[in-house]
Design a binder for this molecule. Structure first.
Ligand code: SF4
Length: 346
């Protein structure tokens, strides 16, 4: 779908993905890693994107940043992003390493990863890295940039920020390194922060601290966040809305309450039944989703979830791919039976 055929973005909308497809051309064949993904994030909103590995959630956000490997092909769709002056740019039409996307990356869109050393240089102090990014995008003086680094380290609750500004990433613990990467991502107060599994490698206590920090920084800076995770519990903690992805498609989107209390897609329901839930009335044996995510070279016909779906209808679900349907309150689900499944009992 070409960007110019789409209706204008509503004023509250910061980023909108319409029917985005990303394929990889490999020696073994074509991998359709992302195949028609649509979701949006409004200004100041937190979208949790959840799914098993192989769902395409990380590939999708990397295509927002134009950080795909060379084998990735932009196979269609539009990614529209609103700049602070109100104009809208189509990110997936920008050259991958061109001046325009480089001026957006790090300035208007920040990114934090699971592994901080993906973003942090091992040979420069964390203060130098933050200061250089600040100078690059704002032309600030060296002294102002160093002060900015100290201020940001204080805001991410780094102890003794005036001393820590001169330490190197390898001198920090995993949690402190994650704080340094968040400070770097927030250097220019981006309107969008993309957080790709930022707490997955951390222990439970440090994970809770980083989630608290992200929540308070989101309130302080007013930025929107796309938070990628495979952990539904984390989504409940941080997100306003949720997109559930499966095999390169969005299975369902809705508010946290819609997704947690009235899920309409069997995959969302299966994920929810596989995690312990606070306030559950009875002790349930947690369910596992049968089977594996299919081989990406061999995508099932019809509904891609049908080989693992306990509600699949032979002759329908294995033949016809369901379209996305919008329900009351804006909840969207891609399932033939979305309006006829029984309510989940907790
Ligand atoms: Fe299951 Fe059919 Fe719905 Fe797919 S379309 S999720 S197979 S019920």
């Amino acid at each position: 779908m070409a960007g110019e055929t789409l209706p204008p973005m509503p004023p509250e909308r910061l980023i909108e993905l319409n029917d985005v497809a990303v394929h990889f051309s490999l020696r073994e064949g074509l991998v359709r890693a992302v195949n028609g993904v649509s979701y949006h994030v409004n200004k100041g909103e937190v979208l949790g994107v959840v799914g098993e590995s192989g769902s395409g959630k990380s590939v999708t956000v990397r295509s927002i940043m134009r950080l795909q490997p060379k084998t990735a092909l932009d196979a269609g769709g539009a990614i529209r992003f609103r700049l602070p002056d109100g104009s809208v740019t189509e990110l997936n039409r920008l050259p991958r390493d061109g001046r325009e996307i480089r001026s957006i990356r790090g300035r208007h869109i920040g990114m934090v990863f699971q592994e901080p050393m993906t973003a942090l240089s091992p040979v420069h102090s964390i203060g130098t890295q933050i200061a250089r990014t600040y100078q690059l995008h704002t032309g600030a003086s060296k002294e102002a940039a160093r002060n900015r680094a100290i201020d940001l380290l204080a805001r991410v609750q780094m102890p003794r920020p005036r001393e820590m500004v001169d330490v190197y990433p390898h001198q920090l613990s995993g949690g402190m390194r994650q704080r340094a990467m968040i400070a770097l991502a927030l250097t220019c107060e981006p309107s969008l922060l993309i957080a790709d599994e930022p707490t997955t490698a951390l222990d439970v206590t440090t994970e809770a601290q980083i989630l608290d920090l992200l929540r308070s920084l989101q309130a302080e800076f007013g930025m929107a966040i796309i938070f990628i995770t495979h952990n539904f519990g984390v989504v409940a903690d941080i997100a306003d809305r949720v997109a559930v992805m499966y095999l390169g498609r969005v299975a369902e989107t809705g508010t946290v309450d819609q997704i947690f209390y009235h899920p309409k897609h069997p995959y969302t329901r299966a994920l929810l039944q596989s995690i312990p839930r606070l306030g559950q009335k009875r002790v349930h044996r947690l369910k596992t989703i049968p089977g594996m995510v299919p081989d990406p070279f061999n995508i099932p016909a019809g509904c891609v979830f049908h080989p693992r779906c306990e509600h699949a209808v032979a002759g329908r679900c294995d033949v016809a791919e369901p379209a996305s349907r919008t329900f009351d309150g804006g909840q969207i689900a891609r399932c033939h039976l979305a309006d006829s499944l029984p309510e989940l009992v907790s």
